[in-house]
Design a protein around this ligand. Structure first.
Ligand code: ADQ
Length: 496
């Protein structure tokens, strides 16, 4: 962690993300503080502690306003406070338009190239613009207040416009942004109104470094800039854009997980007993245990997975009672109709499959429809013989990596959609195309029939690959790249 802090030298790191690292909530007549689940927050929190930076985020908790000062500031973590959290508050209209509307009903499906879910409204866009201004204004104020020159790091697609606004209101040493989700090719981006495309791309070009998960997404971005921003020079050979007298570096940094943390969780004694219980209940004798873990989101290919399973048991009755599927699915974005519909579809298809194929002693699909703790997840990952990741598109997919980290017995096979970023960085998974149900079924069968020796060999190689690139390598490489950019600028002769 110290190394990561060193990359920043004495600069102040100002992080901007939609989700905050600590949320205060009213619960049973008192106020509780919790860290929202998710790998990113738990990876960035130690970085912020080590660097004593400032984290700007949406104050989404019901008791957030009464636990900070009048400017939205408080020191966190509660025990041993070491960095500053600056909360920005949003009213209902802002949440509807900026978060649920433009971010999640327009940009999310568009970036995932699932245009049937794309819903654009001027009202959403207006809110997105206004909220980006609000957050950017807060960041710019922190840049001015900081005791040392600031490096601003923006997270994700919620803030496509922020970099340009921050730059116009303050002078940080460097602004960079990590885009966690895919970036679409120009033929898809053009579904947005022309002026929106222009504003979005120019907003992103406000960064000094804009980073993506894979080469493909970076190239898509460069292609969109080439097509839609005539006064920018997009250089796809060198991953750089020359624009407005500046050079914007386009980087590729595939995200990872805290591998040791997951490995330790899987080795805990409680995890061992969880594994025994799970296998005893669902994978007795020669029966194998399949697992999937996701937010209920149409990008994750849940109906496609259920269709493949139906076909597997329909066409291969010898697999009845030989393979139980544990589906761990946490509700997500339920305010949007498309997510509610998906949830209903998932529940009813699981019911249909179970009604059709269950036997006296066997239930084909066990649905856990809730958010579960990392400890419980680690036990399930360790217990599984097969993990099915069937995303239709996915920036990276951390579930695939968590499964590998927890496979300490090396018994499992990863069946992975080729449309995930993970498929580009993991070599020994069985790759499937979730749109091709026959091929998907073949992939599952191939996994089920794979010998123990081959499973072990593949798993060992995948785990080795995973250990060589953890979330901390990701962090260090991004921060060291920002240092290189700052260094190169300082050395470059000033322009006439
Ligand atoms: P997500 O779309 O949320 O992330 P993913 O990368 O798979 O997708 O991460 C999901 C996280 O949620 C994992 O850490 C997983 O353990 C957790 N999770 C899922 N279901 C759960 C459940 N039922 N209970 C508890 N935890 C659960 C976005 C992009 C991805 C990208 C990440 C990080 O869409 O492509 O990998 O950001 O950049």
């Amino acid at each position: 962690m110290q190394d990561i802090a060193q990359h920043l030298e004495d600069r102040t790191l100002i992080l901007l993300s939609n989700r905050e690292p600590y949320e205060h909530r009213h619960a049973d007549g008192r106020i509780e503080i919790r860290q929202p689940p998710g790998g990113l927050v738990s990876a960035l929190d130690p970085t912020m502690r080590a660097t004593h930076g400032i984290w700007v985020a949406w104050g989404s908790g019901s008791a957030d306003a009464e636990t900070c000062n009048s400017e939205g500031r408080l020191m966190v973590p509660p025990v041993d406070p070491s960095y500053s959290l600056r909360r920005v508050f949003l009213d209902e209209g802002e949440v509807d338009g900026y978060y649920l509307g433009f971010s999640n009903a327009a940009l999310w499906p568009l970036c995932h190239m699932l245009v049937q879910h794309f819903e654009y409204r001027d009202e959403y866009w207006d809110r997105y613009r206004a909220v980006n201004e609000k957050f950017a204004h807060a960041v710019a104020a922190e840049v001015k207040r900081a005791e040392s020159p600031a490096v601003v790091w923006i997270q994700d697609y919620h803030f496509g416009l922020a970099a340009e606004i921050i730059r116009s209101q303050s002078s940080p040493t460097l602004i960079h942004q990590f885009w966690h989700i895919p970036f679409p090719p120009s033929d898809i981006l053009r579904l947005l109104p022309v002026d929106v495309i222009d504003a979005l791309l120019r907003g992103m070009l406000g960064n000094d470094l804009i980073a993506f998960q894979t080469d493909r997404y970076a190239l898509n971005f460069l292609g969109c800039v080439a097509e839609f921003i005539p006064d920018a020079q997009s250089d796809a050979d060198n991953f750089v854009v020359h624009y407005g007298g500046r050079s914007i570096v386009v980087g590729v940094f595939p995200i990872s997980i805290d591998v040791e943390k997951y490995e330790h969780l899987a080795l805990e004694p409680e995890s061992v007993s969880r594994v025994e219980r799970l296998r005893d209940r669902h994978a007795r004798g020669g029966c194998q245990l399949g697992l999937s873990v996701d937010r209920v989101d149409y990008t994750k290919g849940i109906p496609e997975r259920l269709r493949a399973l139906t076909q597997l048991w329909e066409r291969h009755p010898e697999m009845l009672e030989r393979f139980t599927m544990l589906v761990v699915a946490t509700p997500s974005r339920s305010e949007l109709a498309s997510y509610r519909d998906l949830e209903k579809e998932m529940m009813s298809t699981v019911r249909e499959i179970n009604d059709r194929f269950r036997t006296e002693k066997w239930e084909p699909i066990v649905l856990v429809h809730e958010n579960v703790s990392a400890e419980v997840l680690a036990g399930a990952y360790r217990a599984a013989d097969i993990c099915l990741v069937s995303s239709l598109q996915d920036g990276m997919n951390l579930v695939a990596k968590e499964f590998l980290a927890c496979q300490v017995d090396e018994r499992g096979v990863l069946v992975l959609s080729r449309f995930t970023g993970a498929a580009e960085v993991i070599d020994d998974a069985i790759l499937i195309n979730p749109f091709n149900i026959d091929g998907f079924v073949d992939g599952i069968r191939c996994a089920l029939e794979m010998s123990q020796d081959e499973r072990r060999l593949r798993m060992q190689r995948m785990r080795m690959q995973l250990r060589s690139w953890t979330i901390f390598d990701w962090l260090a490489s991004i921060l060291s790249r920002t240092c290189d950019i700052i260094g190169a600028r300082t050395e470059a002769p000033s322009q006439p």
